[in-house]
Write a protein that binds this ligand. Structure first.
Ligand code: PLZ
Length: 423
């Protein structure tokens, strides 16, 4: 087998430079809470493929379901010749997502595509043009979703012009907004919408209940419920982007449940199918069904292999109670992170929920972001066998997203490596 170094040489000659990788090691296999490269080096996985393999890599039920489906048929296109698993995934999403009202779902390939479709549906249903998003938001890399995403480098830089009718308002970011309470932070955002956009022009308010790429920003309590209430009164479609937070990651099936918020539409992807590409928009039947027949779709959306994997993943989450596992991981990890933070003035805050935790790194005694220290700590983790990711508008957030099936031993060893990386 080729070595990671050999593969890297081939990659440089074959793969476009614009596609980066966190570690220069090439994967041979991955399972539970570890990734092993072609040279036999092992990493404890605190990334889960960016919050995707919540059920673990090659989860037994997923493997079995995928194998069985590949043998039956690989693709007919749901828009041409439909099949049961697509319908079954939609039934499950309608039942699992918050809100007791009647729902419908539509399936797509990627998170960005789900977000694009949520905007299409909200615009079509309301007849309004504007979409409101937040500081530090991340919603994807397609043209519309780049416009919805806040951060320039690396996502948007020189890729414009961007889609119009996108308006950005302040997020609740307790560490950096002086600890505004949720209601006050929401009132600030709402006033900006009303004065600068006009509520009656707004089709959708789109928000990550805990921001992902933007830095695992957890809004102050009451922020999401206040926005939800305003959206209802203003006839604005409240869209929760649960692409990173969904499927047990935060200790509930969906992060919105924590404050009892019921979105009109939810965008889903990542954790839905154990690593196979699948995404969805789920929401109120009247909004979803407003769109004319043929108005939504795509060649591969709801591919039968991805649907089989999704059904097996959701079954695994139920069977192993991965929401409870996420809470347990969060308790263990949170305690260790707070010990590290107490002994290191570079850690301004430990935050997150369930198995979606982060540390924001600053110049001691200030709130000045320190992306260099963040990168150095992350690199030390990689060198010692722990796969960590960074995020944040300022590149100064270390984030931890282990698979929810990680063993206690792997979790403990990972946290030991992390503690050592802080020195
Ligand atoms: N919405 C909340 O987290 C994807 C991006 C990785 P796709 N986040 C990982 C990268 O650098 O490209 C994401 C998200 C939220 C939407 C998306 C987009 O999902 O499946 O990557 O299109």
């Amino acid at each position: 087998m080729a070595t990671s170094e050999e593969l890297h040489k081939r990659r440089v000659e074959a793969v476009a430079r614009g596609v980066g990788s966190t570690i220069p090691a090439y994967v041979d296999r991955a399972g539970g809470g570890t990734i092993t490269d072609v040279d036999g080096r092992e990493w404890i996985d605190f990334a889960a493929g960016i919050a995707v393999t919540n059920v673990g890599n090659s989860a037994p039920r997923v493997v079995e379901a995928v194998r069985a489906q590949v043998e039956r048929f690989t693709h007919t296109c749901f828009m041409v010749a439909p099949y049961e698993s697509y319908v079954a995934v939609c039934e499950q999403l309608n039942a699992l997502t918050p809100g007791g009202f009647e729902k419908r779902s539509a399936l797509f390939n990627s998170g960005a595509e789900a977000v694009e479709n949520a905007v299409k549906i909200a615009r079509h249903a309301t007849g309004r043009p504007a979409v409101v998003v937040f500081d530090h938001a991340y919603h994807g890399r397609t043209n519309l979703t780049m416009a919805l995403t806040a951060k320039n480098m690396p996502y948007k830089h020189r890729f414009g012009p961007f889609a119009g009718e996108v308006y950005r308002v302040p997020m609740s970011y307790p560490l950096r907004d002086g600890g505004l309470d949720g209601a006050t932070a929401a009132a600030r955002s709402i006033e900006m919408i009303e004065k600068q956009v006009g509520a009656e022009n707004v089709a959708a308010l789109l928000i990550e209940p805990i921001q992902g790429e933007g830095g695992f920003v957890v809004p102050a309590q009451g922020f999401l419920p206040a926005l939800r209430e305003w959206a209802t009164a203003a006839g604005v479609v409240f869209v929760a982007d649960e692409i990173q937070t969904g499927f047990c990651r935060t200790g509930d099936w969906f992060a919105c449940e924590h404050e009892g918020v019921q979105p009109d539409l939810i965008t889903l992807a990542k954790g839905i199918a154990g690593g196979l590409p699948l995404a969805a928009v789920t929401g109120r039947a009247d909004l979803m069904d407003a769109v004319h027949v043929g108005g939504l779709g795509g060649t591969y959306g709801g591919n039968p292999i991805a649907c089989a994997a999704a059904l097996a993943s959701m079954e695994t989450m139920r069977e192993l109670d991965l929401a409870a596992a996420a809470r347990r991981i969060g308790a263990v990890m949170g305690e260790r992170l707070r010990v590290i933070a107490a002994g290191d003035p570079r850690v301004a805050e430990v935050r997150g929920r369930g198995a979606m935790l982060a540390m924001e790194i600053v110049v001691p005694g200030t709130l000045t972001p320190d992306p260099a220290a963040t990168a150095a700590i992350s690199a030390a983790c990689h060198a010692a066998g722990l796969l960590t990711l960074t995020c944040g508008t300022y590149g100064n957030v270390l984030r931890f997203l282990p698979p929810l099936v990680i063993s206690d031993d792997e979790l403990g060893r990972g946290l030991d490596i992390l503690a050592a990386a802080f020195g």
